[in-house]
Design a protein around this ligand. Structure first.
Ligand SMILES: NC(=O)C1=CN([C@@H]2O[C@H](COP(=O)(O)OP(=O)(O)OC[C@H]3O[C@@H](n4cnc5c(N)ncnc54)[C@H](OP(=O)(O)O)[C@@H]3O)[C@@H](O)[C@H]2O)C=CC1
Ligand SMILES: O=C(O)C1=N[C@H](C(=O)O)C[C@H](O)C1
Length: 266
């Protein structure tokens, strides 16, 4: 059997650790190296006692890609770094599976253009959890009937980007189905800045950050005399790993960039 050779960027992170475990345990994948910004030349098992992976750590992606014959780069880092990693991997013909959130629309378009030019697969998935993907799809369905929508995303307090990638993607999917409407009273005024959250096409996104949380989102719909709430909760990061695994398998068959797990699920 031909194994898919994988590099993971961000292997010491909360998501990266889970991804290392998943790739090591998967029959069809082989972890060949990891990309960090510390610990050059060491083995991952030397810097993380729980990671039994005896794979080399590189701090320079180009060197890492030149020295290995990787098929896929899984990126779970930070927005600025993740974007550069994705661009570099595409330029080297290595297929990115990106969980890192916080990319701008301009960055996503640029990456799509590179993937198309190189005819190489790339998946950028703001949320790898199947339940979160269903929450987004159900929200899009409901938005056809409800124009008044508030998205409340709740995450752990170490998260760098706000709103979450999932909330941004949810708003984008809702906008495809929702008739544009500026919500609330036309004369509404914030007496404390930010009270109404971020405004996307007239709907609002609110970001909650608290220790104890992992990743949660509820989408509230309101109409005369009724409300509808669609909610998803990730209680651990293992909840994302089957999605990562599906993406690693699927990206090998693609020749363009796909943004969102919903676009590759049957
Ligand atoms: N798509 C999805 O389903 C999910 C996506 N995410 C996203 O994944 C990303 C990572 O999240 P999380 O694991 O919680 O974050 P962490 O902060 O726990 O992990 C990020 C890791 O990246 C490392 N890092 C920083 N700079 C570099 C670099 N230049 N090269 C390689 N590694 C680097 C950090 O090292 P150090 O700490 O030493 O700086 C850290 O180990 C975020 O963007 C988050 O939003 C999270 C959960 C699910
Ligand atoms: O940082 C996180 O934790 C998460 N990030 C992703 C996002 O920004 O939507 C996915 C999930 O919500 C967890």
């Amino acid at each position: 059997m031909n194994l898919t050779k994988v590099i993971i960027a961000g292997p010491r992170g909360r998501m990266g650790k889970e991804a290392v475990k998943m790739v090591m345990a998967a029959e069809g994948f082989e972890l060949i190296s990891v990309l960090d910004h510390k610990h050059e030349g060491k083995l991952l098992s030397e810097v993380d006692e729980n990671a039994y992976a005896n794979v080399p750590i590189y701090t320079n992606l180009e060197e890492c890609l030149q020295k290995s014959n990787a098929d896929v780069l899984i990126d779970l880092t930070t927005p600025e770094v993740g974007y550069l990693h994705t661009k570099t991997a595409l330029q080297y013909g290595v297929r990115p599976v990106v969980g890192t959130t916080g990319f701008t629309g301009h960055q996503l378009n640029e990456l799509k253009e590179i993937a198309e030019e190189k005819k190489i697969g790339c998946i950028i998935a703001p949320n790898f959890a199947i339940g979160a993907v269903l929450m987004m799809k159900f929200s899009k369905m409901a938005a056809k009937y409800f124009q008044d929508i508030e998205i409340i995303e709740l995450h752990h307090d170490q998260k760098l980007d706000a709103p979450s990638g999932t909330a941004v993607k949810t708003a984008e999917m809702i906008s495809e189905a929702r008739r544009n409407k500026e919500q609330g009273h036309p004369n509404e005024k914030e007496t404390i800045k930010g009270a109404r959250g971020a405004n996307v096409d007239g709907m609002h996104i609110h970001s909650v950050r608290l220790p104890g949380l992992i990743a949660h989102q509820q989408v509230l719909f309101g109409a005369d005399g009724q409300t509808l709430t669609i909610r998803h909760d990730s209680y651990n990061r293992d909840s994302f790993m089957s999605g990562v695994s599906v993406c690693v398998e699927t990206v090998m068959k693609l020749d363009t960039l796909v943004y969102g797990l919903e676009n590759i699920l049957d």
